[in-house]
Structures are given as C-alpha cells and as structure tokens.
Design a binder for this molecule. Structure first.
Ligand SMILES: [Zn+2]
Ligand SMILES: [Zn+2]
Length: 258
C-alpha cells in the first residue's frame, strides 16, 4: 500500500491537536519521514507507525518546527529499542545537513551521529534527484524561505507525492509538482498578511492550478487563519478547481496516480 500519513501539520504555534511538520510516506516496503517537528515522535507511536524501522529521514530545512524532534528520535533509536536495529538509516537533506547534524551531536551527544546502526547521509542540492532504490526517485526544488530550504517530490511507478516544505511565493513550484498524486502544500497565512517567506490561499491556488495534483492537501496553516475561515474554500475562491483538503493529524491518503 502506497500511502501518506499526516503525523504533524501544525506551525510554530503550539496547538492541542497537532504537532509541527512531519509526514510519513510508505511506498511498497520503503518508509520515510518527511520533516520531524516537535511532537512527531510521540505521534508516530500514537498512530502505530513504525518509527523504529524507518528507512529514510528527509529534511526540508532547519527551522525548529521541522526538525525539533530529531534529537528525541535519535535518542529513542539509541536507548528506546528493545531489539537494537542493524539496518542503516538514510538521511536526506539540503546542503548544510551534515553540518546541522554535527551541531546537533555537539549539543546532545554522540548518539545523534552514532545511534547504534549505520547512517547514510545524502545532501541533495536543490534541482537534483536521487535514486533511493526500489524504483523510487526523490527530487528537490529550491523554495524561497531560508537559504537551504527545498521542496521534494517522490515518483515511484504509479505512485507520487509532493511536499512544499515551507515556501515563499514562487513561479516554479507548480511546474515542479506537476501531476503528483498528493501535493502537501503549506498555506500559512492570509493573503493580506503573508510576507515573502510563506504561502497564502491566493498563492497556493496559482501553484496548484499549474501542479494539478489528484489531491491538494493544505498544511502549516496558522491557527488564527484556520479558526476564522475554511481555508480550502479560500483556495477554491482564489481560482483552484481541483480536489482540496486540509491536513489533520492521522490523515491517510493513498498515493496512486490517475
Ligand atoms: Zn520554516
Ligand atoms: Zn514551518
């Protein structure tokens, strides 16, 4: 079963019903976690997802709401497994990921770089692709958010998945995501308040029209926007006519192309 499970879809704002950014993707026998924001480790366990046997961790950028739970995950790998793991874990991130992990290890301890099983690190520059085996190809794309920030898409036979990470306005993200099965896209703030480092319903509608996914999943919506408006309706009103949903913790979506 090829599927996406939303682990965390919140923002930097603490909320009772959602942790920060984290998405579990399973394609065939391969499982990956895209971002690992605060709350992710407990939520993986609560949702019954196989955190201990993840094949890959994929990081979009180094903001704490996307990587804040990594130390806890590595500590769990090191000390929280009844049966120690032997299989390697692949870590894929933008340029600078090696230095980022070194700094985490300097702060938290050697277990970050030596959790008791091999780590394989791939820094994937924006605009590059990586064959991760089993017919799965991961591609990265620059997003205007932080110096290192990227979006990703995964293509594997008749399954595909796209994730914006965090992004400011962009004319190229829609084309990059063209035709994905499920497109998880940040939609942080209202059109009249958003700055140059996030997306809003109007910006998302333009990107999604070009991407034309089977399903657009809005995420990273700040609570003050979600409370006062149906964000999906705002994206539709801005001109997007495809299927659109708002992410929630535990949401499961089959990843199958049309
Ligand atoms: Zn960010
Ligand atoms: Zn964020």
């Amino acid at each position: 079963m090829n599927e996406l499970v939303v682990v965390g879809c919140g923002t930097v704002v603490p909320e009772p019903d959602r942790g920060a950014s984290s998405y579990f993707v399973r394609i065939g026998e391969t499982s990956a976690l895209f971002d690992c924001g605060p709350g992710a480790v407990q939520t993986l366990s609560r949702l019954g997802l196989p955190w201990a046997t993840l094949d890959a961790l994929v990081i979009t950028h180094f903001h704490a709401d996307h990587v804040g739970a990594l130390p806890g995950l590595f500590f769990a790998f090191k000390h929280g497994l009844y049966e120690p793991r032997a299989e390697p874990l692949r870590i894929i991130g933008p340029l600078g990921t090696a230095g980022f992990l070194d700094r985490l290890a300097a702060a938290y301890g050697d277990f970050v770089l030596d959790p008791g099983f091999p780590l394989a690190l791939d820094e994937l520059p924006a605009g590059h692709e990586l064959d991760v085996g089993s017919g799965i190809v991961l591609r990265s794309h620059k997003t205007p958010h932080t110096e290192e920030s990227v979006a990703y898409r995964v293509d594997a036979g008749d399954a595909s998945f796209g994730y914006s990470g965090d992004s400011g306005p962009t004319d190229t993200l829609g084309g990059f995501m063209r035709g994905v099965s499920a497109f998880v896209c940040e939609c942080s703030l209202r059109d009249d308040e958003v700055g140059d480092n996030h997306l809003s319903p109007g910006r998302v509608a333009r990107i999604a029209r070009e991407a034309s996914p089977n399903l657009l999943i809005l995420t990273h919506v700040y609570p003050h926007l979600r409370r006062v408006a149906d964000v999906a309706s705002l994206v539709e009103a801005a001109g997007y006519g495809g299927s659109v949903d708002v992410a929630y913790e535990g949401m499961r979506v089959a990843l199958t192309n049309r």
